[in-house]
Design a protein around this ligand. Structure first.
Ligand code: ATP
Length: 235
């Protein structure tokens, strides 16, 4: 579904990604783990067209999307939940969800997807008229994921969904990520510093260090890898 081939991405003169190769197949949950500043968010921004690569190719369904603007990438079926959630704080929960469906005109489909979102996160139904900015951190993360789902993405990009959340909420969010993948067959690319949880929900994982992919394997193998255990799992 998505292929990054030999990607180099820069911010001015600073090289953030170095020869990055990642493959995501339809129906998979793939995780990218790494420390602060490794280049994880830059990888997502490169896919979304926010920071285009200077070298290499981004292929989605076999077509090059490397030079496309961010709105065109969304129209093709890729939707990102950015780090820090970035919901619209002055809009209600309902209005935030409506914004997620902004590019759609299929009313019946939108209504069905909204019911599905409220099924995944019943708290959002209760808080439908509440302003986004007054929700708790966990609820805002749920809203951010829901808003992205309202675009009916083929590929959902999640940037550190566990950031700043309590352990119980983190478990709930990761359970829902698995459920979204299973029930709506949405392919998921999960960028995380919480390697332990991410490697438990994903099928395959990539490890990034200083802008390079240094390891790639099935998640059970990465969980058992001594270098991963030492550097990322605190074992
Ligand atoms: P974190 O987990 O802390 O978000 P990350 O793995 O997502 O880290 P990136 O945010 O992709 O890492 O950053 C990769 C490198 O690119 C870092 O050295 C960072 O300082 C640099 N960088 C990121 N954004 C910019 C920018 N807008 N301008 C210049 N350099 C940037």
């Amino acid at each position: 579904m998505l292929e990054l081939k030999n990607i180099d991405t820069y911010y001015g003169n600073i090289q953030a990604l170095r020869d990055v190769n990642i493959t995501i197949k339809e129906g998979e949950i793939i995780t990218l783990i790494g420390a602060n500043g490794a280049g994880k968010s830059t990888t997502l921004m490169t896919i979304c067209g926010v920071v285009p690569p200077r070298r290499g190719e981004v292929l989605f369904g076999g077509k090059s999307i490397g030079g496309l603007s961010a709105d065109k990438v969304v129209r093709m079926g890729i939707c990102q939940v950015p780090e820090g959630r970035l919901i619209f704080p002055d809009l209600t929960v309902q209005e935030n969800l409506d914004m997620g469906a902004f590019l759609r005109s299929d009313k019946a489909g939108i209504s069905r997807d909204q019911d599905q979102v409220f099924g995944l996160f019943p708290i959002l139904l209760e808080r439908r008229k509440q302003l986004g900015g007054t929700l708790s951190g966990g609820e805002q993360q749920m809203l951010a994921i829901s808003r992205a789902l309202m675009a009916r993405p083929k590929l959902l990009l999640l940037d550190e969904p566990s950031l700043g959340l309590a352990p119980l909420i983190i478990r709930q969010i990761f359970d829902i990520i698995k459920q979204i993948n299973r029930e709506s067959n949405t392919t998921i690319f999960l960028v995380e510093q919480n390697a332990n949880q991410a490697l438990k929900v994903a099928h395959r994982g990539y490890v990034m260090e200083n802008g390079r992919i240094t390891l790639e394997d099935a998640c059970d193998k990465l969980l058992a890898n001594d270098a991963v255990k030492k550097a990322y799992l605190g074992l």
